[in-house]
Design a protein around this ligand. Sequence first.
Ligand code: PLP
Length: 273
Amino acid sequence: MHNENEHRPVVLAIGGHDPGGGAGIQADIEAIGANGCHPTTALTCLTVQDSCNVSQLIPLAVEHLTAQCEAVLEDCTVTAIKIGLLGSCQAIDGVTRLLKTSPQIPVILDPVLAAGGGSELSSEQLLDKIREELLPLCMLITPNTVEAARLSRDSSSASLDRHAQILLQLGCRSVLITGTHDENEPNRVINRLYRADKQTLIRQHPRLPGEYHGSGCTLAAALAARIGRGESLENATRNALDYSWNCLQQGYRTGRCQSIPNRWFEALSNNNR
Ligand code: PLP
């Protein structure tokens, strides 16, 4: 029997499939569930990859992508949408068309431009489309320092503040630049939340050794769940960053290269495992 008192906000994750279970939709499902929401999903593409790198990206037909989103949006009250790897210009067109029909739902975009192992997952044309069509529809984007420089097209300057200002001018309402790829900070990771007309929120964590597959997905999905539950952007940011750091700190190896974030660490500790 279902429980009438159980309220579970619904989050829609739009992204690609990683057969290794580190990144993409599977990361989203785990992080959204662990942060108290029900994950619904729409696949943009399949990938062939292992814990080392992505070797193939196989986009799904855009009508199949939008049909998945429509099925969820027509059936459920979706309280946040998280977007990860889009994989094709057609996917961006399809998703932007859909988002315009549900402007009340906050959109959190993790701009996945390259795989952790280095494989390029975007083209200049795709980058332009994200900048011009998708960013204006986003409540929050979560680039790392490399993605922020590429998306702002400001790679000549090293100023994160400048990158963030350009991204805000492109129309997204807030930008969380994560410091995982910042080579100037060997001991800590500094994350900065930028909003127009508000002071920058800075959160830092000790830098962890090693590399992780799906850390960006984990963070953006946790943020979407927190926002979908009604937390303020500042609280969602603090909580999602702390959650993600804990996932990495308790991460585990399944293959030869990058580790997997342990997105269930709280459930496992509750069970005394
Ligand atoms: N989504 C998919 C399907 C991917 O393959 C990748 C990276 O390879 C990502 C997202 C981004 O992963 P990360 O969170 O490690 O940046």
